[in-house]
Design a protein around this ligand. Sequence first.
Ligand SMILES: [Zn+2]
Ligand SMILES: [Zn+2]
Length: 210
Amino acid sequence: MKVRKFTFNPFQENTYVLYDKTREAVIVDPGCYDESEQKQLTDFIESNKLKPVRLLNTHAHIDHIFGNAFIAKHYDLKLELHPDDTETLKRAASWSQQYGLEYTESPEAEKELTEGEVIAFGETTLDILHVPGHAPGHTVFIDHKNHLLIGGDVLFRGSIGRTDLPGGDHELLISSIQNKLFTLEEDYKVYSGHGPETSLQYEKSFNPFF
Ligand SMILES: [Zn+2]
Ligand SMILES: [Zn+2]
């Protein structure tokens, strides 16, 4: 599986396109905010002849879902999200107002991402882990074959997700990371929702929260 990162919107959020040699692709957390960002994403998909087959959100904070409506419509995809983040998704419109940002209402989630289930596309399978604390329904997508994970806002290089937003819980986030991510092998690469990639090994050694 290949991973292509885009950094979008005023929050500098990382959007990921995952694909394999079958050319099927999934779009994770489309944060594309304006037409030029939408075009960056669709140009990449077109020029690589990819076929997006799923639209996934790690969680429903506004910076990760600005492009949900556009992507769902453009590629005729149903949104997939953990049920515990339904409330987060409902609050998105009022959050974007508070930030003074334009927001096209995301479609509601029509498929549930729950721990223990598998995301399959092309020749790829991703395991789903529920890792709450930054948001109640935050999920992480794990590619055990390539030893990497799409981690959203759980773990950053040298930091962790903020927990001062509604539904945040600092102790829960720390224990979620320790029990669910740090039990994986240390060479797993982490693609975060903001900033550069990291690894579990690096965070276990240098992250000041652990
Ligand atoms: Zn977030
Ligand atoms: Zn974020």
